[in-house]
Design a protein around this ligand. Structure first.
Ligand code: ZN
Length: 228
């Protein structure tokens, strides 16, 4: 079946799609979470015990994400979505909090781990998009990103499950494909009878069992080929 014939498409993206933009990945070589101090600050408990330090770290992640441009892969996905017929359902679920899919022009984006582009004041509950100030009501705001120890936002989880229930094409990009949430998503997609493609730098044996096709390479190369 040609790509244009699918009517219920779900795409999942992970850190690998933003790597070429110059953003650090979280796991793997050079990843942020290799630094135990950063892992500790990314736990929800740090907002109570070391709020200034934790929020300052997120703020610096936020400001570096604002400076980078979407990659060829981000742009290819946005172009694919824009060219879809009106009868096609499409959901782009991203684990990334960098806002690069929206910057590239993607519309139907489900931010599974929230976003660094929205911040929340935990004194008055105001939510600020693209903030220019770090503080509100006299204390540092926090990003609307999911921290370690926090739940996935219910709306995001619900949207993802609904889309996967009916999907006929599932494509995971720039994520190992066999860790959560990709590991669950691909199983749900399989239950729906969907074609399941993995586009990632590394492919392991487990992925070969879960996906109907696996392509190894960079997101920029593979996404343009697959969706082009
Ligand atoms: Zn406030």
């Amino acid at each position: 079946m040609a790509l244009g014939d699918y009517r219920n498409i779900v795409v999942l993206t992970g850190a690998g799609i933003s790597q070429a933009a110059g953003l650090p990945t979280y796991r793997g070589p050079g990843g942020l979470w290799n630094d135990p101090a950063k892992v500790a600050l990314s736990d929800v408990s740090a907002l109570r015990t070391r709020r200034d330090e934790a929020c300052a770290m997120f703020w610096s992640l936020y400001t570096s994400a604002r400076e980078v441009r979407p990659t060829a892969a981000h742009r290819a996905l946005a172009a694919f979505e824009a060219a879809l017929p009106e009868t096609a359902n499409y959901l782009l679920i991203t684990q990334n909090v960098d806002g690069l899919h929206q910057a590239a022009g993607s519309k139907r984006v489900c931010e599974f781990h929230g976003s660094l582009a929205r911040w929340r004041c935990e004194v008055c509950n105001a939510e600020v998009e693209l903030p220019t100030e770090q503080a509100h009501c006299g204390q540092p705001m926090r990003p609307c990103a999911v921290l370690f120890g926090e739940e996935i936002p219910a709306a995001a989880e619900h949207a993802a499950k609904r889309a996967l229930r009916d999907c006929d094409l599932f494509v995971a990009i720039g994520t190992s494909g066999t860790v959560m949430p990709a590991a669950s998503f691909v199983r749900w997609a399989a239950y729906s009878g969907a074609r399941r493609a993995l586009l990632n730098l590394e492919i392991d044996d487990e992925a070969r069992e879960l996906y109907t096709e696996c392509h190894a390479g960079t997101a920029d190369e593979l996404v343009s080929q697959f969706f082009g």
